[in-house]
Write a protein that binds this ligand. Structure first.
Ligand SMILES: [Zn+2]
Length: 245
């Protein structure tokens, strides 16, 4: 599935890589909206097709993912077919991601945080990082030009960890919610899995409360948290973007 059936050859600025369709909508959808509003080109690579979900089929989720991509304003979205619930960090899987990285040539890659309740999420943090590294090596899959992203950041919304920084998503919170609700097979009130899933109103309450929590940390209304591993390099102390004390 692709938003653009013919991929645009120009590089993207930000690529979000996630295990499952709807992960990005939950953890960094507002950030993708904000980046798109700044004129940056954004993209999403989902690694599985969602066939293990309690609700809906992989086909339904493909349609819903395309709809969510339109709402998020991304220029490109595709899903690989790694096994849902059993993603492994293998050379073959790293190479499949390398091919996408070399096609899209992103400056920034967003990965899930490396500690997570769902094993797929934790695996994708490592798998994605190693793919970004391999992608920069000329002798790996030498038929495509090497490309290493400038920066990797980890979306940490569901991790119990203090973020390195928060993106202000206040103007985009409703749009982010619409993108999540595009997954009607997952989130619309229905009988299937009703013992496992909370209702739509509760989803709205919880996701807005999480965004409010991270917004408060940075002094804005709604925010999405990220962790970066690298130390920042500062040229001018007066331009370091922090909340005033
Ligand atoms: Zn997930």
């Amino acid at each position: 599935m692709s938003v653009n059936s013919v991929p645009d050859p120009s590089p993207v600025d930000v690529l979000a890589i996630a295990a499952h369709r709807d992960d990005v909508e939950q953890t960094c959808g507002g950030t993708l909206l904000r980046m798109a509003s700044r004129g940056l080109r954004t993209a999403i690579l989902d690694l599985t097709q969602g066939e293990a979900g309690t609700r809906g089929s992989a086909d339904e989720r493909a349609q819903e993912a395309a709809q969510a991509a339109r709402i998020l304003g991304v220029t490109w979205r595709q899903a690989l077919d790694l096994p849902d619930g059993a993603i492994e960090n293998t050379l073959e899987n790293r190479i499949r991601i390398v091919r996408v990285l070399r096609q899209l040539r992103p400056r920034v890659v967003i990965l899930p945080y490396w500690q997570a309740r769902h094993p797929d999420h934790a695996t994708v943090a490592t798998l994605g990082y190693e793919a970004c590294f391999l992608s920069g090596l000329a002798k790996v899959e030498a038929d495509a030009a090497p490309h290493r992203p400038f920066k990797i950041v980890y979306a940490s919304l569901y991790a119990d960890v203090r973020p390195s920084f928060v993106v202000d998503i206040s103007p985009f919170i409703e749009q982010r919610h619409s993108a999540l609700m595009a997954y009607q097979s997952q989130y619309a009130n229905q009988a299937a899995g009703s013992g496992l899933f909370v209702n739509e109103e509760e989803i709205r309450d919880r996701t807005f409360a999480e965004a409010r929590h991270y917004g408060l940390l940075a002094g804005v209304r709604y925010g999405e948290p990220f962790v970066q591993k690298e130390v920042g390099l500062v040229d001018d102390l007066t331009l370091v973007p922090v909340q005033s004390i």
